[in-house]
Design a protein around this ligand. Structure first.
Ligand SMILES: *[C@@H]1O[C@H](CO)[C@@H](O)[C@H](O)[C@H]1NC(C)=O
Length: 218
């Protein structure tokens, strides 16, 4: 496991001071809704799509990046007609009402799992080649030579007021960072940790016609 690059350490510390005051303001907690205006719920399956149709692209899927033989990197489709792979949310806290509010600590997983990876659960890994911390799946051994972070995700209203953004909080640390998008020319945009523009997104429920459960692909 490589040590986290100095530049990123610096970024995380910079974020601690700038992000924290707003990250946990309890006043504007509200139930998270899908595009139909229904509450999203743990175990439901949703495509993560841009809040704005058209040029912002399509849904989020898995892809191979760098020298990886396994699709363990989350990529947002360039094409708006592609929905990507649905995700499922699990509430991380043991004591909970089962309702997903803005700020509720969540695990996120894809509902499709490649054979070459143990778990479809979202994590964050540091890609030194592009100097970004990106969303992927699995565990440390699925990202050889790269620093990985486990932690929890939560959903916040985006700054536009329509739609949401995803936030990642590093386990055992007060640091929380927004999920943005970074185009590295890999057939889709990486989901990278950022203090700049967050990915404005919505949750599109998968039709009941689709089969349930985790399917294996690849
Ligand atoms: C994530 O990518 C965006 C878009 O390229 C960029 O503006 C931002 O600085 C990146 N975040 C980090 C921490 O490098």
């Amino acid at each position: 496991m490589k040590p986290i690059p100095l530049s990123l350490c610096f970024l995380f510390f910079a974020f601690i001071s700038t992000k924290l005051p707003t990250a946990f303001s309890p006043n504007d907690v509200e139930q998270v809704l899908d595009v139909n205006g229904d509450s999203i719920f743990p175990g439901g399956r949703y495509y993560i799509r841009p809040a704005i149709r058209g040029p912002p692209g399509g849904g989020v899927r898995l892809g191979k990046t760098g020298d990886s033989d396994c699709p363990v990197t989350a990529l947002q489709e360039y094409s708006e007609v592609k929905n990507g792979i649905p995700v499922r949310f699990r509430i991380a806290a043991e004591v909970s009402t089962g309702i997903i509010f803005t700020g509720t600590e969540l695990d996120i997983e894809f509902t499709v799992k490649p054979h070459c990876v143990e778990s479809p659960k979202w994590i964050v890994f540091v890609d030194n080649e592009i100097g970004k911390a990106c969303v992927g799946i699995g565990g440390a051994k699925d990202h050889p030579g790269k620093q990985t972070f486990s932690g929890t995700f939560n959903i916040q209203k985006n700054s536009a007021g329509f739609g949401y953004k995803l936030v990642f909080c590093i386990k055992g640390s007060p640091t929380c960072l927004d999920i943005g998008r970074y185009d590295n020319g890999e057939g889709g945009k990486r989901l990278n940790l950022t203090e700049h523009e967050a990915f404005d997104l919505v949750f599109v429920p998968v039709g009941v016609a689709d089969s349930a459960g985790i399917r294996s692909v690849v």
